[in-house]
Design a protein around this ligand. Structure first.
Ligand code: BG6
Length: 535
């Protein structure tokens, strides 16, 4: 993917990010057409792809859901949402009526229960009619539905003969997360799906891989000569991966209370960040070359023991100046809920590159700031040279990859403070995406949907990758299920998480970096000042 600096507006910039080819003709069927995911992400992404000219003329979208509504009413709801989204800056200042009209002319609604075979017969008839009109039998089925429908929907597609690929067209299915709720259920779901589809028809989505900054990790590591030679246990002391959110569970209490932070974020999003940072270099960008390396990495993760894990649940507090109620008072959450909204883990990877290098990960809701970042802490330089100077400690070299919202990268290192004495300050070199590249208006699903249409599964999970990610967590899931937490809530909304998470690192004589949204280098200065104080 290339970013072309001369692109004149956000739509053409988005176009420039893709390979300049329109996707092939296809019928796209969205199950869960009236759901939140379709509204907030799938349709806005299709709209952005339309603006960028990346969808083919011969394109049809059939939205399937159980509610009775007409195509007009369905589109009206989507238009309102998209207009509000555009105004809020999510997709340019105002709705591009031409692009939206181009897309809506290709969209229609089909009412039907997901559990009834008859729905699939009507869908089949409609697809046949549309396929004949646009001269293609290519079809992409997007399962934007609750996870309990994934397996049954695929079976119904198979039963109706809709999953069969022929020379006249491919058939692909996008499966949203969560993919299973533990190792056994992920394995069972894979088995159920793979009875109907072959692996190359299944696109298990993880929207973190739609983020440019996540995709950039591979370029950073493998397109630069300066990082990879240092990317080993000989030079790296530890890695911290943080995905901190300021939002609570909002309207998702029903889903979240039976899921929890560990299942919601770790085997998927955080492990994808881990894979990008820790996998071995693949031999090419070929989907299977990349996915094989990720799978091998997950297979090398030690089983995570309960004493290498901390769980937390937020109590009331103040987040970004707003009073927030405790988790147990959120809608559809049990008043005595034992579900964790925060998790921190100490992960060990048993291979030649990483053995002995702990990877600490943490994620939580209602924390002090929103930030997703990866901080690679390099080993301390030997101190001997500085014994007879006022320097009592050498600042650590930290490479921080800022995934969101302040997208960029910084390297902190030591510099001599000007003056007659040897005094050291921690300083930083910083790269911010916004300084080099025009911002692209995208919701993060554009590349993923486009890749599905092209048939490029590099950014999607393979069956064995998903299972390998659940495996090291299974013991912890079992231990937590059998020992309900006694101290919940154990962190205040708006704080950095439970004190036990600090203790997890203090045990190894390490500390978390502060959680902060926008970087101003202030993170470096105070600690640098502390470290360079004269004796
Ligand atoms: C989702 C989780 O998959 O990712 C949410 O279910 C979480 O709980 C979200 O808030 C985080 O994604 P992002 O892109 O907002 O960081």
């Amino acid at each position: 993917m290339t970013i072309v600096a001369s692109a004149s507006d956000s739509a053409s910039k988005l176009a420039a990010c893709f390979s300049k080819h329109r996707a092939p003709p296809a019928v796209m069927v969205i199950f869960g057409a009236a759901g939140d995911l379709t509204k907030r992400l799938v349709v806005p992404a299709l709209y952005n792809l339309t603006r960028a000219g990346m969808l083919p003329e011969e394109f049809v979208i059939i939205g399937v859901d159980h509610g009775s509504r007409t195509t007009e009413i369905w589109l009206q709801g989507l238009s309102e949402m998209l207009r509000a989204f555009a105004q809020s800056g999510g997709s340019g200042a105002k709705l591009d009526e031409q692009a939206w009209s181009w897309l809506t002319q290709r969209m229609q609604y089909l009412q039907g229960e997901f559990g009834e075979a008859e729905t699939f017969q009507r869908l089949k008839a409609l697809m046949a009619e549309q396929s004949a009109r646009i001269h293609t039998e290519n079809a992409l089925f997007y399962l934007a539905v609750a996870d309990r429908f994934f397996g049954p929907l695929v079976e119904k597609l198979g039963g109706a003969g809709l999953a069969n690929q022929t020379d006249r067209g491919w058939r692909r299915v996008v499966v949203e997360k969560p993919f299973g709720h533990d190792f056994a259920s992920a394995k069972a779901l894979n088995a159920q799906i793979l009875k109907v589809l072959s692996e190359n028809q299944v696109y298990r989505i993880d929207h973190f891989l739609g983020k440019e900054t996540v995709q950039n990790i591979m370029v950073l590591r493998f397109a630069n000569g300066i990082f990879e030679p240092l990317w080993t246990r000989d030079h790296i002391d530890h890695v911290q991966i943080t995905a901190a959110e300021t939002v609570g569970v909002e309207r998702r209490g029903g889903f979240y209370d039976r899921t929890g932070a560990l299942r919601d974020m770790v085997p998927n999003h955080l492990f994808q960040l881990l894979a990008m940072i820790a996998m071995e270099p693949p031999v090419s960008f070929d989907a299977d070359a990349v996915r094989a390396k990720k799978t091998e990495l997950f297979q090398a993760i030690h089983t995570i023991a309960p004493n290498d894990a901390v769980r937390g649940q937020y109590g009331s507090g103040i987040v970004l100046g707003q009073q927030v109620q405790d988790y147990r008072h959120a809608p559809n959450v049990a008043p005595d809920s034992g579900t964790e909204t925060y998790v921190a883990l100490r992960i060990g990877i048993d291979n030649w590159r990483w053995a002995g290098v702990p990877i600490y990960i943490r994620t939580g809701k209602c924390l002090t700031a929103r930030t997703t970042e990866i901080a690679v802490h390099f080993r301390q330089a030997p101190y001997a040279l500085f014994r007879d100077t006022p320097v009592d400690q050498l600042p650590a070299n930290i490479l921080t990859l800022r995934i969101q919202p302040d997208e960029g990268l910084s390297i902190s290192f030591s510099a001599k403070r000007p003056g007659p004495e040897i005094e050291i300050d921690g300083v930083a070199m910083d790269f911010a995406y916004r300084d080099y590249f025009e911002p692209i208006v995208a919701v993060g699903y554009e590349t993923l949907i486009y890749d599905c249409l092209l048939g490029d599964p590099t950014l999607f999970q393979r069956a064995d990758t998903v299972e390998a990610a659940w495996r090291p967590l299974q013991g912890l899931l079992d231990a937590w299920a059998s020992q309900p937490p006694k101290d919940f809530p154990n962190y205040a909304a708006g704080s950095a998480g439970p004190p036990a998470a600090d203790a997890l690192l203090a045990r190894d004589r390490r500390a978390w970096l502060p959680i902060q949204g926008i970087h101003t280098h202030s993170a470096i200065r105070p600690s640098a000042e502390r470290r360079s104080t004269s004796r």
